[in-house]
Design a protein around this ligand. Structure first.
Ligand code: PLP
Length: 363
C-alpha cells in the first residue's frame, strides 16, 4: 500500500452539485432541472458556439500560454494593463495555485463560513490552517471578525463578494476597510465570480484598485454570465509583482485553446450581457417572492442563486426534489441553495417543491 499524506485523511473531497446524468440514471427519469451549480441556464452566445466548433480541429496543438488574443481583449474590457492578468483552467484552478503559492504548513488562511468550499479544500491541500469566520446574522461577511481573525501566521485572506452559497454582498467600502486594517504581508483575494449579477448600489468591483494596493488580487471567471462553465477559464487581476510569484504553482496549459477561443468570442458580445443580467434579476425576484409566499426564509441575493430555508428537514426536501428531477444544492445546514433557472425551470421547481412539502409536511 503506498503511503499517503496523513494530514489529508480528514479532508473531504470537493462534492460538486449532482449531475444531470447521475440523477437521470438514479431515478429513471427522462427530464432533469438542474438548479445546483450556479451555472448560466442559457447557452453561450451562438457566435461563441460557432467559434468553438471552428476551433475544434486545432486541439492537436497545446494552448497558447501567452494569451496573445485573449489577454489584450480582456485587458481592454477591464481597463487594466495586460500584464495584470493571469489565466487558469477555471477560477478554482487559480484559487488552488494562489493558496499553494502563499501558504503551507505553519501558516493560516482566513475566510468566511459558509463560503466557497474551494478555500477550505485548497488550504488543506497546501497543508495550511483554515481560520473560518462565521457570517453574521444576515448571512454576510463579518468584516470586523475577519480583521480580528488575522494572526501573525496568516498569509492569505479570501473575501467572497458576493458570497457563495448565501448570495449576500458586503459593501465595497467595507472591503476597503478590511484592506486598510490587514497587514500588507497578507494577500487579500476578492473573489468576484458573481459580480455581474450584483445590483446593490454600494457594491463595485475592486479591479480598479489593484495598482493602488500592494496586497490585493481579484478573481473573476467566464463560467457564470458568459455560460462557459464547461470549458474552464477564469482569471486573476493583480499587479505583475504579485502575479509572478503566484503563478509558480500552476502547471502549464490549464486554460485550453477552446476555452480561450470561446472567451475571445464572448468578449465581442459584452453588449448582450445587460439582457442576461436583467433576466437573472427577474428570475431571482420570482424565486425569492415564491419562497417568501410559502413562508420560507431567504437571504438577500445579489447573485444567480438564492439561499433559502425550505424546511426543517432539508434532506427530505432535497431528496424529494431529486426524485422529481429537480436538483438543488444542500449546504450541510438547514439552508439550501437554488440556482436561478429559466422561467419554466423556476415553475418546475415550485411545482416539485409544493408536491414534496405537502408530502413531508409544512416547514
Ligand atoms: C465563489 C466562487 N468563486 C470561484 C468560482 C470558480 O468558478 P470556475 O472555477 O468555474 O471559474 C466559483 C464557482 O462556482 C464560485 O462560486
Amino acid at each position: 500500500m503506498p503511503a499517503f499524506r496523513q494530514d489529508l485523511e480528514s479532508v473531504a473531497p470537493y462534492v460538486p452539485g449532482r449531475s444531470e446524468a447521475e440523477i437521470l440514471a438514479e431515478y429513471g427519469l427522462d427530464h432533469v432541472t438542474k438548479l445546483a451549480s450556479n451555472e448560466s441556464p442559457v447557452q453561450p452566445f451562438p457566435e461563441v458556439v460557432q467559434a468553438i466548433a471552428a476551433a475544434a480541429s486545432n486541439v492537436n496543438r497545446y494552448p497558447d500560454t501567452t494569451y496573445q488574443r485573449l489577454g489584450p481583449m480582456l485587458a481592454d474590457h477591464l481597463g487594466v494593463p495586460v500584464d495584470h492578468l493571469w489565466f487558469g483552467g477555471g477560477g478554482a484552478n487559480i484559487l488552488l495555485c494562489v493558496t499553494l503559492s502563499t501558504t503551507g504548513p505553519g501558516s493560516s488562511v482566513v475566510y468566511a463560513h459558509p463560503s466557497f468550499l474551494v478555500y477550505r479544500l485548497s488550504t488543506a491541500v497546501a497543508g495550511a490552517e483554515s481560520v473560518e469566520v462565521p457570517l453574521d446574522g444576515e448571512h454576510r461577511h463579518d468584516i470586523d471578525a475577519m480583521i480580528a481573525a488575522v494572526r501573525d501566521d496568516t498569509r492569505l485572506l479570501y473575501v467572497c463578494n458576493p458570497n457563495n452559497p448565501t448570495g449576500t454582498h458586503v459593501p465595497s467600502s467595507e472591503v476597503l476597510r478590511l484592506l486598510d486594517a490587514v497587514p500588507e504581508s497578507v494577500l487579500v483575494v476578492v473573489d468576484e465570480a458573481y459580480h455581474h449579477y450584483v445590483e446593490a448600489d454600494d457594491y463595485w468591483s475592486m479591479v480598479s484598485l489593484v495598482d493602488e494596493r500592494p496586497n490585493l488580487a481579484v478573481l473573476q471567471t467566464f463560467s457564470k454570465i458568459y455560460g462557459l462553465a464547461g470549458l474552464r477559464i477564469g482569471y486573476l487581476i493583480s499587479r505583475p509583482d504579485l502575479l509572478d510569484p503566484l503563478r509558480k504553482t500552476q502547471l502549464p496549459f490549464t486554460a485550453t485553446n477552446l476555452a480561450q477561443v470561446a472567451a475571445v468570442a464572448a468578449l465581442r458580445h459584452t453588449d448582450r450581457l445587460a439582457e442576461r443580467i436583467e433576466t437573472n434579476a427577474d428570475g431571482r425576484a420570482e424565486l425569492v417572492q415564491g419562497l417568501k409566499a410559502r413562508g420560507m426564509a431567504t437571504a438577500d441575493s445579489q447573485t444567480n442563486f438564492v439561499f433559502a430555508r425550505l424546511h426543517d428537514d432539508p434532506l427530505a426536501v432535497t431528496e424529494g426534489l431529486l426524485s422529481r428531477g429537480v436538483i438543488i444544492r444542500p449546504t450541510g445546514t438547514a439552508w439550501q441553495r437554488i440556482t436561478v433557472g429559466t422561467p419554466s425551470e423556476i415553475a418546475e421547481f415550485f411545482d416539485a417543491l409544493d408536491a414534496v412539502v405537502s408530502g413531508v409536511g409544512s416547514p
